[in-house]
Design a protein around this ligand. Structure first.
Ligand code: NAD
Length: 462
């Protein structure tokens, strides 16, 4: 079975189905020596695009939302074939992008309206201007959504955009860009294909900002490469999200969350629950219910309607997860379910107990279908362990409302869910703290990350 998408020759990138190893399709690789020409085209298109009002740019994108919904069944299938998630999730990802489009573009346009500050003598206007050319570099785990949440605010803010999607999921990104381009002027949105080299060329080229979503290591490379030009950055990186379950928690709710959030997309989600700290007094009930829930999952081909969990996106990812499981077992982990060998890129959903922080799987991002349980005596121990990580994307705590609210303020994560998943109210940004990122996405605060703030001050009454 082919394990990873790599260029088959210098001209072609082939995309393989991780469930079967079959070829799904190909895209042309962008020759490295053409990346500068792509950037020059984006720069040439920039003045006319920036001269439109944000609302005009927003309105131009709205019909693309309808098109995404209209074609969701067909494009969702490509997504699932290429990335591996069950078909309903692939279709849902495209549909979701389309359904949110109108509200999102209007929200970005609204965030671009200048603010006015006054005191007794001075009036200052805060303008949100585009940076120029934005490089959008995205991962494979949400191959439609990740390009969407980067491209849409960048464009409505008045930047022109070059997308470099993951080499694991080039077909989905290509289709997404084609749909938007039905409604955009030439050169405003372009795509380049290839592996790391094309990403490196883009970052090194004449771009003004880089909006990157991907691994911590690549984020570090990009930050270093952007430093000489002080190119503006948004980095949305990996994590090792904890879930704390304490006395007073609604156990069924906590189990439902832990099962869904650990195993969704085969654990290949940036805010997957990768560590569970459960209080000793309620552990037995929590664990027995979690095992029941996890046994309901069915691993299988993405097109099999009964599958709830697909394969890992590539064999390298499977090898990494299995090595972490073996390391944990060697250090005392107890297997409560799963950990049975499966063929191809599939992994049986697995629950490990008796965990501690000497184990690689409690420290290094897993991105796989493994629930890791460590017992704690109280809230203090739980928060200490939850914060014992270099990462800081999400954290979710269950327990008595006031206890976990207080605990949330002691968390070092960027987003905390208290007796709920971590999704925020409409307009909340997506925030990675510590090694999980720099800057943020979404909501008015996130949209303004795609802008250069300029302040013009005048004397009042002059
Ligand atoms: P990755 O870092 O390997 O690759 C991401 C993209 O960067 C790809 O398009 C790749 O070709 C490109 N790239 C690689 N090296 C580069 C370089 N030196 N310069 C420029 N571009 C380069 O990440 P991945 O394996 O595709 O994605 C999984 C990671 O993404 C996980 O760590 C996950 O947690 C993270 N992620 C984070 C969020 C978030 O919101 N924080 C969301 C989704 C995924």
């Amino acid at each position: 079975m082919t394990t990873m998408n790599t260029p088959t020759d210098t001209n072609t990138l082939s995309s393989y189905n991780p469930s079967t190893g079959e070829l799904v399709g190909t895209v042309p690789v962008t020759p490295a020596n053409q990346v500068d020409a792509v950037i020059a085209k984006a720069r040439a298109a920039m003045p006319a695009w920036a001269a439109l009002s944000a609302q005009e740019r927003a309105d131009m994108l709205k019909p693309a939302g309808e098109k995404l919904i209209e074609r969701a069944d067909e494009l969702g299938k490509i997504l699932s074939l290429e990335q591996g998630k069950p078909l309903a999730e692939g279709i849902g990802e495209f549909k979701g992008c389309g359904m949110r489009m109108n509200d999102e573009v209007d929200e970005v346009a609204k965030a671009m309206i200048p603010d006015v500050l006054t005191d007794e003598t001075v009036e200052s206007t805060l303008y949100y201007d585009p940076y120029g050319v934005c490089a959008a570099i995205t991962p494979w785990n949400f191959p439609a959504l990740m390009p969407h949440w980067t491209i849409v605010p960048a464009l409505v803010a008045g930047n022109t955009v070059i997308l470099k999607p993951s080499e694991q999921t080039p077909l989905v990104a290509d289709e997404y860009v084609k749909i938007l381009n039905e409604f955009l002027p030439e050169g405003v949105l372009q795509i380049i294909h290839g592996e790391d080299d094309q990403g490196k060329m883009l970052v090194a080229g004449d771009v003004n900002m880089i909006a990157f979503t991907g691994s911590k290591t690549t984020g570090q490379h990009i930050m270093a490469a952007a430093a000489p030009g002080l190119k503006r950055l948004i980095l949305e990186l990996g994590s090792k999200d904890p879930c704390i379950v304490l006395e007073g928690a609604d156990i069924d709710k906590a189990v439902g969350f832990a099962a869904n959030n650990t195993f969704r997309n085969c654990g290949q989600v940036c805010v997957s629950t990768e560590r569970i700290y459960v209080q000793d007094t309620i552990k037995e009930e929590f664990v027995s219910k979690l095992i029941e829930k996890v046994k309901e999952f069915k691993v299988g081909d993405c097109l099999d309607e009964t599958s709830t969990i697909g394969p890992m996106v590539m064999n390298e990812q499977k090898v990494h997860v299995l090595a972490q499981i073996e390391d944990a077992k060697a250090k005392g982990a107890v297997v409560l379910c799963g950990d049975t060998p499966l063929d191809g890129n599939f992994i049986q959903p697995t629950i490990l107990d008796n965990m501690n922080h000497t184990m690689d799987i409690m420290v290094v991002e897993t991105f796989g279908p493994v629930a890791c349980i460590q017992t704690v005596k109280d809230a203090d121990e739980a928060i200490e362990l939850a914060n014992d990580t270099e990462y800081g994307l999400g954290a979710v705590f269950f327990g008595e409302e006031q206890v976990v609210r207080d605990l949330a303020r002691r968390s070092t994560a960027g987003m905390v869910g208290v007796n709920k998943s971590l999704g925020g109210a409409t307009g909340s940004p997506w925030v990675g703290a510590r090694m999980s990122g720099i800057g943020y996405h979404s909501g008015p605060l996130g949209h303004r990350q795609f802008c250069q703030l300029r302040v013009v001050s005048t004397n009042k009454g002059s």
